[in-house]
Ligand binder design. Structure first.
Ligand SMILES: [Zn+2]
Length: 353
């Protein structure tokens, strides 16, 4: 397992064979209690479950994405199986808390999922009470960007920062504001929903929420990929480049690969990246003027593009922001990578003890 520097949190995935099971059991005997982190995203299609000790070290984790969009009950049944596999019988009453990071609108104070865009059956679902009943230990839920932000601020690159804006650039776009180590939720727990900021006023593309011209509709991983694939139909050179970089599976292209194609000089990819940086730059500059953060952490799959994203974005923010607002601002890639949401779920549980 690879430990995160200075945190003790491991995000490595152990093998699932008998030897690994024995290793987990040994660890269970050596510590006092455990927490479980659960991630629900992709409208319920992407779920993961992790068992961690009280130092935040992940001992075992399972990811089992579905090829289809499940209804709520199917998703919950699926999770139940994963939960029992991860916790097993060895815990013997020492499971202390379950943290759940949800990729959707969450009322964290009341423990409700408000809605999961695209998915059905989740509106106003009391997920926190449901899980509490299932596992018979206290549970806590929050939005996945809030959870990932908290994890980055406690274990990751945001440690010691006073005002952090976390931006989760995945299939959708989420955001979170962490001030003095605490997530700012707002009055109805929608603070940080920056994916729905209006950035294209006329004729903007449709967003997952039903609105038009929102940041998520132009700068999410899905938007970046769909835009390039759609436009490449009339550009054989770009089509060939996409096939090359994906080993012939064009539909599997990632947002980070679009950035890579742009860096290699593909004109269509370059235009797409330019649009992402423009609209993301507008949204972030507006937020910077409101909250004056010391750090913007970029997470999610689009952030895997690294400096190909951060470099141009930094230039834009420097141009768009008042010098006094930009001078102490750092824009960085998250250090928890694609595990940030799951580590976030574990962090929610640990913070609630
Ligand atoms: Zn929207």
């Amino acid at each position: 397992m690879s430990r995160l520097r200075a945190s003790g949190v491991s995000t490595g995935i152990p093998n699932t064979g008998p030897a690994s099971a024995q290793r987990v059991t040994d660890k269970l005997l050596a510590t006092q209690g455990y927490v479980v982190g659960v991630e629900i995203s992709g409208g319920g299609a992407r779920q993961s479950v992790a068992l961690a000790n009280l130092d935040g070290e992940i001992l075992h984790q399972i990811r089992r994405p579905l090829e289809y969009l499940p209804d709520r009950n199917t998703a919950l049944e699926h999770l139940k199986v994963m939960l029992s596999e991860v916790t097993g019988s060895a815990l013997d009453g020492r499971l202390l808390r379950v943290g759940i990071a949800v990729g959707g609108l969450v009322d964290a104070r009341r423990g409700l999922v408000r809605t999961l865009h695209r998915a059905h059956g989740w509106d106003h679902f009391p997920l926190q009470d449901y899980f509490t009943e299932q596992v018979e230990v206290p549970c806590i839920i929050d939005n996945n960007a809030n959870a990932a932000a908290l994890a980055e601020c406690i274990y990751g690159v945001g440690r010691g920062e006073r005002v952090v804006l976390y931006v989760g650039l995945g299939r959708g776009i989420g955001g979170a504001l962490v001030v003095d180590g605490k997530v700012y939720h707002g009055v109805s727990c929608t603070a940080g929903e920056i994916g729905h900021m209006l950035v294209v006023q006329e004729g903007g593309p449709r967003c997952s929420c039903g609105g038009f011209g929102h940041l998520e509709a132009v700068a999410s991983a899905q938007a970046i990929v769909n835009r390039l694939i759609g436009r490449s139909v009339n550009y054989p050179e770009t089509e060939a480049a996409i096939r090359r970089i994906t080993d012939g599976r064009a539909e599997r292209i990632t947002a980070a690969q679009v950035f890579q194609l742009a860096a290699e000089g593909d004109e269509l990819a370059r235009q797409g990246v330019e649009e992402v940086c423009t609209y993301l730059g507008i949204a972030l500059a507006n937020i910077v003027h409101l909250v004056n953060p010391s750090m913007i952490i970029l997470g999610g799959s689009v952030a895997q593009a690294g400096d190909l994203l951060i470099g141009p974005l930094r230039e834009r923010l420097q141009r768009l922001c008042l010098p006094a607002a930009f001078q102490d601002l750092r824009i960085v890639q998250g250090s928890l990578g694609t595990d940030a949401n799951l580590v976030g779920a574990v962090t929610l549980a640990l913070q609630d003890l």
